[in-house]
Design a protein around this ligand. Structure first.
Ligand SMILES: [Zn+2]
Ligand SMILES: [Zn+2]
Length: 242
């Protein structure tokens, strides 16, 4: 009796995505109901080794975009394809259920980072910084929560103050890749150079859409002396979906 009450208290009572009440313990770590679990897609392999987009085969692994213009980060990897349940989940994480969802999502990030070799030799974990007014408004930053869980799972130090967002993100979410790259240029700055100089840095984000933010942050970190920058995110949008 006491045990069942305890177990009940520890279990998520509703699906982490659609909030349907759950009658039994969900089988996945995020706490999804069976239909949401079906609607969520892991990033399928193989992927381009640089940008992490599903692409290619053993003979030609690097996508044309990365072959033509290699990104400033070494590897970018994500857990889910952005869309369907993954989109709902990320939106719930960003706008409401951040604390409840940061643990399962951060744990998944740590697992993917380990599997993809992003933890080997890594010196410090750095979350993508939120625009200050937003962080104050919400009193937390979703990437920082994810980074904290990942750091705990991997025993890596986290520095949430290494980077700063120095310009507001653009309100227009429908801009094309080129316009987006222009919009994030100059949006980030290294606040604590000593935290990243000579270091191998793992950047944590919630969603990667065009990759413009990841590329801009990696370039800023490299300019400050980071010797290697990898990026891990919860969800990755297909390039033609944005
Ligand atoms: Zn559901
Ligand atoms: Zn690529």
């Amino acid at each position: 009796m006491i045990l069942s009450v305890l177990v009940d208290a520890l279990l998520p009572r509703s699906c982490a995505s659609c909030r349907t009440p759950l009658s039994r313990r969900p089988e996945d770590p995020v706490g999804l109901c069976p239909s949401c679990r079906e609607g969520i897609a892991l990033v399928p392999s193989p992927v381009c080794p640089r940008c992490g987009q599903p692409f290619g085969d053993d003979d030609d692994p690097t996508c044309r975009r990365c072959a033509t213009r290699p990104p400033p980060f070494r590897y970018l990897r994500a857990v889910f394809v952005y869309g369907g349940t993954a989109r709902d989940l990320v939106l719930r994480f960003k706008h409401g259920k951040a604390f409840a969802l940061s643990r399962p999502l951060g744990t998944l990030l740590a697992a993917v980072a380990a599997r993809e070799g992003l933890l080997e030799g890594t010196d410090v974990v750095v979350p993508v910084p939120a625009w200050p007014p937003r962080a104050v408004q919400r009193r937390y930053s979703p990437p920082a929560l994810l980074a904290r869980v990942l750091g705990r799972r991997t025993d890596l130090p986290v520095d949430a103050r290494a980077l700063a967002r120095v310009r507001a993100p653009s309100a227009d979410g429908h801009a094309g890749p080129r316009a987006r790259a222009g919009r994030v240029a100059g949006a980030f700055a290294v606040r604590r150079v000593e935290a990243v100089r000579g270091k191998r840095v793992l950047v944590v984000d919630d969603v990667v859409t065009t990759g413009a933010t990841a590329a801009e942050i990696a370039a800023v970190l490299r300019a400050a002396g980071a010797t290697r920058v990898d990026v891990v995110a919860v969800a990755l949008a297909a390039p033609d979906a944005v």
